[in-house]
Design a protein around this ligand. Structure first.
Ligand SMILES: [Zn+2]
Length: 137
């Protein structure tokens, strides 16, 4: 069984088995896909309902359902992005790049990967990236 070693600075757990990481990623991907499908179905049935009941609904209700649809659409977008990131993480696991920082030759901290298994950067590069984005605004 292949072991992936992460940052040695994290003394609590320096290695995970590839199978354990794959299980976490796959389970999360399944979960996110289910949520996307549910939201998608809700959006679709709402679209039909609002066409059918357009004359009956008052302005307030319409505004409310528009806001709700918009919130659902944003959620779908966010979850779709997460699906893409989880699939990318599984691909990195396949070709042995999982747990390596994208920005420099360094392992991603185990603590960070436990919190965010699809992370592509170490804590230092993540912070540098956030600072960079904030300064460009
Ligand atoms: Zn880094």
């Amino acid at each position: 069984m292949r072991l992936i070693s992460f940052s040695r600075r994290d003394s609590t757990q320096a290695t995970f088995t590839e199978a354990a990481v794959r299980e976490v990623l796959t389970r999360e991907l399944d979960d996110v896909l289910k949520r996307v499908r549910r939201l998608d179905a809700a959006l679709r049935s709402e679209a039909t309902a609002s066409v059918a009941g357009a004359t009956a609904a008052d302005v307030f209700e319409q505004a409310q359902s528009v806001a709700m649809r918009e919130a659902r659409r944003v959620s779908v977008q966010r979850l779709t992005d997460r699906v893409r990131r989880l699939r990318a993480a599984l691909a990195r696991l396949d070709d042995g790049r999982y747990g390596q920082c994208d920005q420099r030759d360094a392992p991603i901290e185990a603590r960070r990967l436990r919190a965010l298994p699809d992370a592509t950067t170490c804590v230092r590069c993540q912070h540098a990236g956030e600072l960079d984005r904030r300064m460009r605004r």
